[in-house]
Design a protein around this ligand. Structure first.
Ligand code: SF4
Ligand code: SF4
Length: 436
């Protein structure tokens, strides 16, 4: 069986957050395969722990992809500060693989940044790495690809739980486990009232619902007090973001000056997207069309803006409106790295200070204890593409690793498998629940 078929059968998706089905990348033909071990979300250290404890599997995944894509070379993006992980990975390098050492900046894990750092190539505006002969995979995706080669499907997610919890840690957890069970595993929260950033404070979402579940793309949970600055910032109703922005933005353009995509040479200028809030909704002005080139890193909103406004959210809204209106942005200028780029990079430590998270900036070591759980709820859509169709019924007994949801023929997506042994207790249009 070919690698791409094994990856498809195992339901591997981009574990770094995007959830793109990994078999598609495995069947492309490229020059370079990049491993993304940059991990830049504040307080999340799960990729670091995975590189430290499973370098062999990660490098095996990289080699398998180099082989299947007929690539000339593999670049392994890793932060220079992570010396222990560098030495773990280095013992598996060969003549086709080399490290790309990165500074400790946010967002060094953005694939446009990583591809540029490794190859000095710039992805075309609104393009993908494939357009310039590259594929990029997060290190956990590579780990899952190595398992898929052994015909082991994705049933667990490696996550980091940090912030106001008793024992910050990184560990494997069955897909579909509730946030409550995960937080209990690390000794519970140190607080009675808290909010949870799922996937990170910069690019994740805020929830107070402990019944939400871990999916194949959840990088981690950051628990913060309910009255924390970040919760006040993120918990504003959407109309406030834009209403306040419309009146309070003084067009200082700091949001643009710090934007990593702008500094790479893309024609995204969030201060102009903010300007458009004042006098146009959608489409007629180029100012919000350029939002298509924004990667939603959140730096403009949470770091750059001196007025605490919401340029990232204005870009997000503009993207949706552009999409609905069928409008595409075409960059008029050549993509050329801004000469000041290196001087404008945002050190992670400085970002953590700005986010008022320095008290929680601690290690989250690997905990190898087995995580047992009595109930899981597995969403049918955990990836880019179509949701899976359940192939099990309520009352049916299933075994860990058994396929329970399939992607319809010819559609983009990834199969799902039972994360635990047990009985199917519910099948809905959204999820399948299993109780042990
Ligand atoms: S940084 Fe803030 S105030 Fe300045 S232009 Fe951007 S949104 Fe407006
Ligand atoms: S979120 Fe803001 S800083 Fe980040 S890419 Fe988009 S516009 Fe630029």
């Amino acid at each position: 069986m070919q690698l791409q078929e094994k990856i498809f059968n195992a339901g591997v998706v981009g574990a770094g957050g995007a959830g793109f089905p990994a078999h598609v990348k495995a069947k492309s033909k490229v020059e370079f395969v990049l491993a993304n071990g940059a991990e830049c979300e504040p307080l999340i250290h799960k990729d670091y722990e995975l590189m430290l404890h499973f370098p062999k599997e990660i490098m095996r995944g990289l080699e398998l992809l180099i082989e299947s894509t007929k690539a000339n070379k593999g670049y392994f993006g890793i932060k220079e500060k992570n010396t222990k992980a560098i030495s773990a990975i280095s013992s598996y390098l060969n003549r086709k693989t080399e490290l790309t050492k990165l500074g400790d900046f946010y967002p060094s894990g953005d694939e446009f940044e990583l591809v540029y750092e490794a190859t000095k190539r710039l992805i075309p505006p609104a393009g993908i790495p494939l357009d310039i002969g590259c594929v990029v995979n997060n290190v956990e995706t590579l780990y899952n690809i190595a398992l898929a080669d052994e015909e082991i499907p994705v049933t667990k997610k490696f996550i980091c739980v940090a912030g106001a919890v008793k024992r910050p840690a990184s560990f494997f957890v069955p897909v579909g486990t509730s946030l409550k069970d995960v937080i209990d595993f690390v000794g519970g929260s140190r607080l009675s009232e808290f909010g949870i950033f799922v996937g990170g404070v910069m690019m994740g979402h805020l929830t107070f619902d402990l019944n939400e579940v871990i999916t194949k793309t959840t990088a981690g949970l950051i628990i913060v007090p309910k009255d924390h600055y970040l919760i006040k910032r993120k918990n504003q109703p959407e109309e406030n973001w834009h209403r306040i922005g419309k009146s309070a933005c003084d067009q200082c353009s700091y949001c643009t000056e710090f934007c990593p995509r702008y500094l790479l040479g893309y024609q995204v200028e969030p201060h102009k997207v903010m300007r458009s809030l004042g006098f146009t909704k959608t489409g007629s002005a180029v100012w919000n069309q350029m939002a298509e080139l924004c990667c939603s890193c959140g730096l403009c909103t949470l770091y750059a803006c001196p007025e605490d406004l919401y340029p990232k959210e204005a870009c997000d809204k503009a993207k949706v409106e552009m999409h609905e209106a069928g409008i595409k942005f075409v960059q008029q200028k050549e993509v050329k790295v801004h000469p000041i780029k290196e001087g404008r990079r945002v050190p992670l430590s400085q970002l953590i200070m700005k986010l008022k998270l320095q008290d929680y900036d601690v290690e989250a070591p690997f905990n190898s204890e087995k995580f047992s759980v009595k109930k899981v709820r597995i969403p049918l859509q955990q990836h880019i593409g179509k949701p899976v169709k359940p192939i099990v019924k309520k009352g049916e007994m299933v075994e860990e690793g058994q396929i329970i949801g399939k992607i319809p023929d010819g559609e983009l997506g990834a199969n799902i498998h039972a994360p635990i042994n047990g009985k199917v207790s519910e099948v809905t249009s959204e999820s399948i629940s299993i109780e042990s």
